[in-house]
Write a protein that binds this ligand. Structure first.
Ligand SMILES: [Zn+2]
Length: 151
């Protein structure tokens, strides 16, 4: 049941990633969920926004925090198609995100176990649960298709 829900929400994150590809941005998408409902969405758009922090996760966290007028987002699960980087992992800890579920691993900048693991530092005051590899083939394929078209 939980696994099926995870796949459904990851599918929504994938739809966000495709919006990124349509805008000529590296296709990474995210949705933020609380109590079984999507409360915000985001896709990678640093080029469009001239903003190095405009990663999919940051866009979703920002939108939810602004709509709730609260920089903390307890009880949320963030679904993202690619393993979060250090910035996004840090922002999730600051926002008190309860759980993060990611698709493909990122051997270059992944901060949830690939290059380093920000979430495993026990000294950090908030712990976010991490699950990786959900629909990793589909999530990775969107990225591969994007880069293949540009070569
Ligand atoms: Zn990031």
């Amino acid at each position: 049941m939980k696994a099926e829900l995870d796949r459904q929400f990851m599918q929504q994150a994938l739809n966000q990633a495709r919006l990124g590809a349509a805008a000529d941005e590296v296709p990474v998408g995210a949705v933020l969920v609380r109590d079984g409902h999507i409360i915000s969405t985001g896709f990678n758009q640093p080029i469009t926004n001239s903003d190095p922090s405009a990663h999919a996760e940051m866009m979703a966290l920002r939108a939810a925090a602004q709509s709730e007028s609260n920089y903390r987002l307890p009880g949320t699960t963030l679904y993202v198609t690619l393993e979060p980087c250090t910035m996004c992992a840090g922002a999730m800890l600051h926002a008190r995100v309860e759980r993060v579920v990611f698709g493909a691993t990122d051997p270059k900048t992944g901060a949830a176990g690939s290059v380093l693991n920000v979430f495993s530092e026990k000294q950090i005051n908030h712990q976010t649960q991490v699950e990786g590899g959900i629909m990793s083939d589909e999530c990775g394929q969107v990225l591969r298709d994007f880069f293949k078209e540009r070569r």
